[in-house]
Design a protein around this ligand. Structure first.
Ligand code: AHG
Ligand code: MN
Ligand code: MN
Length: 333
């Protein structure tokens, strides 16, 4: 079989669909290269002084792992000099990151979760990187946080890398979802799955069930019905998986279907769920929709939410279309 590299894919995609101009191609290639570097650090584990806590806290009050910080640095450094970006934002930085004056400023804006699934780093379970690409608003001067606050439908590209038994990169530029596998010997990304498609129905769900006592009524009802199995209202047995790395859970769903949920709950009404809209929920929603699935906050499409804050959180229900529609309908009742 003829191998198609990431670069070849991007060039041909531009030729056929005109969706990846040269600057965007550079951006995607630079992010992919940074993910290769992160993958290398992740793979060193105890041999590379990359495990454990960094003894610092991010803006969300979470203890940072060394790899959270290393991955953030790798992405910043890789993306500063190319001239393709106007600014960056990250889970690990309170405010936006401007491109230093010594480099030209481009027209794209990049958001990322440099290391997703941090609790899994030290136990050698799959983790990942998530990214979202927006365009700078017309006539933007010096970028501000406000310029980033665009709904997910404005994304021009989104993707994630998953660092598991294999390192893979899953990408959409709004024309389907494709998966590239890192050839570790050659150091190159090779197209291994075209047009990933999420089956509309599923018998598998993912939720952190330890929060069950805090769930709101629609989520309780939905999960109770799944758990009731073949003798319950759904008349089918459902299986459960929870990796605690959104990237890995979403990757499973892209490959064989499923529904992933991180709902808001009754603990603190000022904290709507755990996941962040701009660099977790939106890019994953874009990918999932492009693969034929759906993504809502229980009430509306995630990608139609107008963001108010860079680090705002959002309830997430995504994956196989029919199940997302059902749990969403329970919220609307
Ligand atoms: P991060 O490591 O970037 O903070 O994200 C972790 C997120 C997400 O990846 C995962 O689905 C969820 O947190 C796990 O939450 P629990 O700890 O409740 O299982
Ligand atoms: Mn995350
Ligand atoms: Mn993270």
């Amino acid at each position: 079989m003829k191998r198609v590299s990431l670069t070849q894919y991007l060039v041909e995609e531009q030729r056929q669909h005109n969706t990846i101009p040269a600057e965007l191609r550079l951006l995607i290639e630079v992010v992919a290269r940074a993910c290769k570097t992160i993958s290398h650090s992740v793979g060193k584990g105890a041999l590379g002084d990359v495990l454990g806590s960094a003894q610092s806290e991010n803006v969300q009050g979470e203890i940072q792992k060394k790899l959270d910080i290393i991955s953030n640095e790798i992405l910043l450094e890789a993306n500063e000099w190319g001239g393709h970006l106007a600014a960056m934002a990250s889970e690990e930085m309170e405010t936006i990151h401007l491109i230093p004056n010594r480099y030209p400023q481009g027209e794209y804006m990049l958001l990322f979760d440099p290391l997703d699934g941090s609790s899994n780093i030290d136990v050698n379970v799959s983790i990942g990187t998530i990214f979202s690409v927006l365009k700078a608003p017309e006539g933007m001067g010096k970028p501000t946080e406000q310029d980033f606050l665009q709904p997910g439908v404005k994304q021009v590209a989104a993707g994630y890398a998953v660092y598991g038994p294999q390192t893979q990169l899953v990408l959409t530029t709004g024309n389907g979802v494709n998966c590239f596998t890192l050839d570790r010997e050659m150091g190159s990304w090779v197209l291994t799955q075209r047009n990933m498609t999420i089956p509309a129905t599923t018998r598998e769900f993912a939720i952190n069930a330890s929060n069950a006592r805090h769930w709101h009524a629609p989520v309780k009802r939905y999960i109770d019905e799944l758990l009731a199995g073949s003798t319950g209202p759904r008349a089918a047995d459902f299986n459960m998986r929870w990796i605690a790395s959104m990237v890995a859970d979403v990757h499973r769903i892209l490959n064989r279907g499923g529904i992933f949920m991180y709902p808001a709950d009754a603990r603190d009404p000022s904290v709507p769920g755990k996941l962040r809209l701009m660099y977790e929920a939106n890019p994953m929603a874009f990918i999932v929709e492009q693969a034929g699935g759906a993504a809502t906050n229980g009430v509306k499409r995630i990608m139609e939410i107008q963001p108010e804050k860079l680090h705002q959180r959002v309830p997430v229900f995504l994956g196989s279309r029919d199940e997302v529609a059902l749990v969403t309908s329970y919220h609307q009742k």
